[in-house]
Write a protein that binds this ligand. Sequence first.
Ligand SMILES: CC(C)(COP(=O)(O)OP(=O)(O)OC[C@H]1O[C@@H](n2cnc3c(N)ncnc32)[C@H](O)[C@@H]1OP(=O)(O)O)[C@@H](O)C(=O)NCCC(=O)NCCS
Length: 175
Amino acid sequence: MQHQETDPLQPSDRSSVTFRTMRLEDIPDVMVIEHESFSLPWTEQAFKSEMTLNHFARYLMMDVNGTPAGYAGMWTVVDEAHITNIAVRTAYRGRKLGERLLSELLDQAQALGLERATLEVRVSNRVARNLYTKMGFREVGIRKGYYSDNNEDAVIMWIDLHEHPWAAGDTEGSV
Ligand SMILES: CC(C)(COP(=O)(O)OP(=O)(O)OC[C@H]1O[C@@H](n2cnc3c(N)ncnc32)[C@H](O)[C@@H]1OP(=O)(O)O)[C@@H](O)C(=O)NCCC(=O)NCCS
């Protein structure tokens, strides 16, 4: 029988998905995903400051079979969650992992007693806008020229956390 090689970056149906709080040791992995994902990536120092100095910030790592595959973060501002970033490693996209990650973040925001969540997204980022709309976010306005690299507008989106329209996010499971 021929031996079959498996790609360690390729999630399979038996992959296990887990969520945990981001740690300083995660920053090198976060940097890889950040640079794959954004034209204006945050710096290592920015993530370090978020984790050590910003008491209102919460960052989540998503592991697939123990390997960091994505992360998401938010600031808790009075009774609101301001989502700062969400990214899935390129090799893991299109397998509902972004959905799982956002569900987990919204579950955590709701468990903290927050009332609503908001985020900004590039007008051109159709994939992310589809994801947010699917999860129950509504587009409520535009911030003109919000992104400094190309002066692109941001769409402002909100979700009411009481409505809980997003899929129940498992803290563990398989893809
Ligand atoms: C946005 C992102 C997190 C989505 O993660 P993902 O794991 O690929 O997405 P999922 O597989 O969970 O898809 C969930 C939904 O997103 C939308 N979506 C995902 N891939 C899509 C694509 N190629 N085209 C259009 N919509 C897409 C769909 O609504 C999809 O639901 P459906 O499969 O039922 O149609 C990921 O693409 C990413 O990291 N992008 C780069 C960083 C980024 O843009 N972050 C958002 C900044 S505001």
